[in-house]
Design a protein. Sequence first.
Length: 135
Amino acid sequence: LTYIRTTVPHTGLSTNQWSKVDWFDEVTIDSRGEFDVATQKFVAKYSGLYSFRVRVTFAGDVNDASRLGIRIMINGVEADVFLNVTTGSTASHTLSGETFLYLFGGDEVEINYYTTTEDPDHNISYVTFTATQIA
């Protein structure tokens, strides 16, 4: 089980492009040592089926009709995407998703975010990531 949580805000978000989530060295649980703090990537030690859960809270002024996204990458290739279009201006918006992916030992997983909101106060206030080998 690898569980990572960060509450340090990601500020100065890139807009209209996919960008890598920075975890700020806050690995909460990593029972197999599969999260590489230096590269900010999950690296599977064993081949098998994994469950991935990701939750990102965007804060600041999330504008009406903003496009928000989370993308899971395996070895630099898109594996799954969770998208949302907001329907009203809010102070924050949480986007989450779960997926099941087969990994080979040594595969690298990273999380990307996407936003169209260009407000300078727009940030990511909270992120969680859980990876569990289930088979």
